[in-house]
Design a protein around this ligand. Sequence first.
Ligand code: CU
Length: 305
Amino acid sequence: MAGFTNRDTWYLGRRMLGEIGILLALVLLIGPLSSPAAPAEKSFTFTAQRTVVPIGSGLSYPAWTYNGTVPGPLMRVNQGDRVTITLTNHTTDAHGIYPHAAQLNDENFAGPPGIKDLSYSFVAQVPGVFDYHCTAEPVLDHIAEGMYGMMIVDPKNGWPNGKAHDVMLVQGEFYGMPDNRGRLHLDHGKMVDGEPDFVVFNGRISNYGAAHPIPIKVGELVRLFFINIGPNLFSDFHVVGAIFSTVYQSGNPADALHDIQTLEVGPGDGAVFEFRVQHPGTYTFMDHAMGHAYKGAMGVFRATP
Ligand SMILES: [Cu+2]
């Protein structure tokens, strides 16, 4: 190269080193923010147990539970994680556990009665918000008695709209009227007919009423993870005073809808709802099938500046 001096080479070398340095710094800075989370091993252990659980309004019932609560514990993993689920059952009843995120055959999910551990693993391949529930027969009764919960599989590249205020709601039904001690007597006939006495969010009648609202902020993005465990009713989920900017059917970012007022979520399905409120105050959320709201599927967000 004519006219290219040693000094030019030195400057060129220095400039290249500088650019490589900047590139390295950028990779170090941006890499961890944008690269997907490395797949991990996630384990969840459940015990099937009969527990008397309070369901609000001074009422309770002897539930079949995972770890003593209705709904059972939240499972949250990243897309691509290997998930191991272990169920211990010391009761004389058969129980099992089926997360809808697991793409395995039926035999994995059912367990015999007695002291025995049921255990299996799967890779959470599809992002979304999923039901899990007992698979013992009659499944109708095992769900209606309380053996269910939510599993979130976060997308491997994160949620398209970034960070948000997460809220989790599980809609379910209770069948049976209380005695004079406030103890519900579960009614199999009503379960079969699909006529619940109570429709609830997160296992309690009129949970999150005016005395116990869910706090949110004006202008913040709320990301509401919702499943309808049923076992029978369809839910028409709505927030009074809000329009969902984005709804992900089944909680999958690939299945996005925009500017939605109400979404029907059938039993055994879920959705992720995103919205922002524009003014301080109270925003009621409900199953907009009004009979269901009347039976308890109603609560409020309280928005502050
Ligand atoms: Cu069960």
